[in-house]
Design a protein around this ligand. Structure first.
Ligand code: ATP
Length: 256
């Protein structure tokens, strides 16, 4: 089918973001197709988090276009963008530590439906909310922690809860910011498996430094250097790309 009938779910065209004279995002261009899994990699300070902030509406672009299913979203609020089916997780865990796992998920499910601070109110469709929480607990392997205070969970389990919170609203485009940061090898492998499960049938854009996670999870890799995407291709092609080796993987590529 033609690309005109199916525009990319997300498209960045000549995107710019500057703070004063500092050009942080400098003409970034990227297309993400429906159902695709894409990792955004790049050296520290390349602008990856800034790009996520732009896409999720935390900050507004200085120039260029940002299209979600063909619709300009540059300058929309995070809430408006999330209503269009985009959900984002954060590098720093953003759970409520003094609420149970179930209540964290409840908050996320309700927020996704536009409700806030409604624990004590009777809500229409409460049964459906509880069903959704049960589904999320299962999907994220959190059933045995359902009643545990989120602050008492291990770090890796907190990150699993974070993923549950991110997917709670049923978004079709997921942005995950370093979901395995700070994990050991086994935890990262389990998180990779969880991400694979919950992103099945969805579109995934993730920032990730762990190359085992990246190479095992995604269809394509986009490489951001100095606020520009210098290459976007399959993991094998990126691994073999000389410009990428020089700019980013250089140190690893030179090892025997
Ligand atoms: N609000 C801001 N004002 C000025 N400069 C900023 C602002 N936010 C980010 N920057 C700068 O933009 C650059 C890119 O930062 P960003 O956090 O997007 O990079 P990154 O690729 O995510 O890095 P890392 O891998 O270390 O997380 C950095 O030099 C940072 O100092």
């Amino acid at each position: 089918m033609s690309d005109q009938l199916h525009p990319p779910i997300l498209e960045l065209r000549n995107l710019h973001k500057q703070y004063g004279a500092a050009r942080i995002i400098n003409g970034a261009a990227l297309q993400l197709r429906e159902g695709e899994k894409l990792a955004l990699i790049g050296p520290n300070g390349a602008g990856k988090s800034t790009l996520f902030n732009l896409i999720s509406g935390a900050i507004a672009p200085s120039g260029g276009e940002l299209l979600l299913r063909g619709r300009e979203i540059g300058g929309m609020t995070p809430f408006q963008i999330s209503r269009l089916g985009l959900a984002r997780s954060f590098q720093i865990t953003s759970i409520f530590p003094r609420l149970s796992v179930t209540d964290n998920l409840r908050t996320a499910v309700l927020a996704a439906h536009g409700y806030r601070y409604t624990f004590w109110r009777r809500l229409p469709g409460l049964g459906k909310v509880n069903d959704r929480i049960e589904e999320l607990l299962q999907q994220c392997g959190l059933q045995k922690h359902a009643a545990t205070l989120a602050g008492d969970l291990s770090y890796a389990t907190q990150r699993a809860l974070e993923i549950g919170i991110t997917i709670a609203g049923g978004a079709s485009l997921l942005l995950l910011d370093e979901p395995t940061a700070g994990m050991n090898r086994d935890e990262a492998a389990a998180a990779t498996e969880l991400i694979r499960r919950v992103s099945s049938g969805k579109t995934l854009l993730l920032i990730e430094h762990d190359m085992d996670v990246v190479f095992g999870l995604v269809d394509r890799i986009a490489v951001l250097v100095d606020g520009r995407i210098i290459a976007c291709d399959t993991p094998a092609a990126i691994r073999a790309n000389r410009a990428v080796q020089e700019a980013y993987l250089g140190m690893e590529a030179q090892q025997p």
